[in-house]
Design a protein around this ligand. Structure first.
Ligand SMILES: [Zn+2]
Length: 115
């Protein structure tokens, strides 16, 4: 396993930041950023392939059709659930004449759980 990856955004080397400047004298270039794979977190994350969120989203935007074609979705998926509604008595604060009064009200709590 290599110890680094190059950022996969094809336009990474066109972004004008000091961190991309390489070379000397009149031979300077903007270079694609190198990503050091120094931690378990980075090796298991999308940022093993993209130097930052901006490069990740530029890549996603540029290749959105190809990405969608990797796993086409032609119909929605469904997950069976149970929906439980319970009435709960609570209080809200109401200001009147510079005093806070507790006013009772009934709310409906909706709980969703997997079947
Ligand atoms: Zn990049």
């Amino acid at each position: 396993m290599s110890e680094y990856n190059w950022c996969h955004n094809p336009d990474c080397h066109k972004i004008e930041t000091q961190s991309r400047v390489r070379g000397t004298g009149d031979n300077k270039v903007l270079r694609t950023r190198k990503i050091a794979l120094t931690s378990e977190w980075i090796r298991n994350s999308i940022y093993a392939y993209f130097c930052n969120q901006s490069c990740l989203h530029s890549f996603l935007h540029k290749f959105k059709q190809e990405i969608a074609n990797i796993r086409p979705v032609k119909q929605p998926s469904e997950t069976p659930i149970k929906v439980k509604k319970t009435k709960e008595q609570s209080y809200r604060h109401q200001w009147s004449n510079g005093q806070s009064n507790q006013v009772p009200y009934t709310s409906t709590r909706t709980t969703i759980s997997l079947k």
